[in-house]
Design a binder for this molecule. Structure first.
Ligand code: ATP
Ligand code: MG
Ligand code: MG
Ligand code: MG
Length: 434
């Protein structure tokens, strides 16, 4: 993308309403525009990042055996009456009426709808296990939308729903999602820690929130410091194999949010290993048994011909919240430092003197090597302004091309994450970026 033609509206001033770094930077970098409280339009840069996050989530869900569908945002109140949640959900639910006065709502989550869809088709135990997910906008009328996309009212969530024949099957599905979450967040360069979370009336220990540590996090968390160094990606995973060892390993150290914090168990953690910090909830997995299948009449015939009510779980990832969370974990004074896997563009080619024949030719050459995964700053602006913009927008690489270097075919390559700079021939610079 040529910046002379691009819609990448950056702001010089720090927006007064933004209290945390990721919110400030997303506004300054022109990633999103708030259209009303907690509701955002995604501009080209933000939209590209959101799609990258979404794609990493999707690929790991697919690898783990879940299948993608797309359910609507608008649901009927009747579905929620069937499960008993219509009245229980409270003012966080945005309720609507259509022209026939039928009660509708903008979905805050989809347990009812997916159970309704699944019960239409699932007839026998051979239709189990299944895991269905979608990546769809949700609406929750949060009392205090804040921190930009981190706590929006409209937000993008990946939500998966598993259906199993029995508890052992449900545990297997749960472990598949547990491991998929570890990998998904690691692939984004995040250190997400699974922590025991409240299971509500169901009980048991099958609910985990995944959090990253950040000073601006809304949750208070307590964990054993070993968890911060556990490796995730070095071994391949066999999702159909037995994943208990991985889950047991991760749950072998203390980690809990405020609500589940247990002072007695905490006291067993050596003081030198205790980490008490703030965290951001980026995912949540949950086993809830037959709560929806039983109330909504989902039943299949078992191997012996007798009816069985499937066991279910649901698994959420805050896709749009992740964009903010990744920035919280990767920024400095000057701006964003995108991890390679999430970056909106891999490289920015900064032509310091558009109109200079050598600089133009060399810039075009490096740009062409990476287009469409590159931006080309061909604007007639000062060098300083180009550096500041590229640092703010956080492209992992900057290829800086001035008239003097260009005359000798040289490019200055800057790595945004470390600030490292090297002077290389165009050929070597291109090879280094790839
Ligand atoms: P929170 O405790 O932050 O309110 P939650 O526990 O209500 O989140 P879940 O119902 O577990 O959220 O939804 C799954 C995921 O959706 C969360 O882990 C979070 O990443 C994301 N999410 C929830 N609410 C919001 C929101 N208002 N804005 C952006 N993302 C959200
Ligand atoms: Mg909430
Ligand atoms: Mg929560
Ligand atoms: Mg939650």
């Amino acid at each position: 993308m040529r910046l002379s033609r691009a819609f990448l509206p950056t702001l010089k001033e720090t927006p007064a309403e933004a209290q945390i770094a990721s919110h400030r930077l997303m506004l300054r970098a022109g990633m999103v525009r708030q259209t009303s409280a907690g509701i955002y339009a995604w501009l080209p840069l933000g939209w590209r990042v959101l799609q990258k996050v979404e794609q990493i989530v999707r690929e790991e869900q697919d690898a783990a055996g879940a299948q993608e569908i797309l359910m609507p945002t608008i649901q009927t109140a009747d579905l929620w009456r069937a499960s008993g949640r219509y009245d229980a959900y409270g003012p966080e639910m945005l309720r609507l009426k259509d022209r026939h006065d039928r009660e509708m709502l903008f979905g805050p989550t989809n347990e009812e709808m997916v159970t309704d869809i699944f019960r239409t088709y699932a007839k026998s135990y051979r239709d189990l296990p299944r895991n269905l997910y979608h990546i769809q906008w949700k609406f929750r009328d949060e009392v205090r939308p804040r921190f930009g996309v981190m706590r929006g009212r409209e937000f993008l969530m990946k939500d998966a729903y598993s259906f199993d024949l029995d508890y052992a099957g449900a545990q297997k599905s749960y472990r598949q999602m547990f491991v998929a979450y570890l990998r998904t967040f690691a692939l984004m360069g995040l250190k997400a820690i699974p922590m025991q979370a409240d299971t509500g009336p169901i009980g048991g220990n099958l609910s985990h929130e995944f959090l990253i540590l950040a000073e601006t996090g809304e949750s208070q968390v307590y964990l054993h410091k070993d968890l911060l160094d556990f490796d995730v990606l070095s071994k391949p995973v066999d999702y159909e194999g037995d994943l208990s060892a991985t889950v047991d390993f991760w749950t072998s150290r203390y980690a809990a949010t405020d609500e589940k914090h247990d002072a007695a168990a905490w006291a067993q953690v050596p003081v030198g290993s205790q980490v008490s910090a703030r965290g951001i909830e980026i995912g949540h997995i949950f086993y809830f048994g037959t709560k929806y299948s039983a109330t909504m009449g989902l039943s299949v015939s078992g191997p012996d011909g007798k009816p069985v009510v499937p066991e279910m779980g649901s698994y959420g990832i805050g896709v749009s919240r992740l964009v903010g969370a990744i920035i919280e974990a990767n920024h400095d004074e000057a701006g964003i430092k995108w991890p390679d896997s999430i970056a909106p563009f891999k490289v920015a080619v900064l032509n310091l003197k558009p109109g200079d024949a050598a600089a133009d030719a060399l810039s075009e050459r490096v740009y062409a090597a990476f287009d469409p995964d590159a931006v080309y700053d061909d604007r007639p602006d000062r060098a300083g302004a180009k550096f500041a913009d590229a640092d703010l927008l956080g492209y992992p690489w900057q290829a800086i091309i001035g008239p003097r270097g260009a005359a000798n075919g040289m490019v200055e390559l800057k790595r945004r994450a470390t600030g490292e700079r090297v002077e290389l021939s165009a050929e070597d610079a291109i090879a280094r970026i790839k």
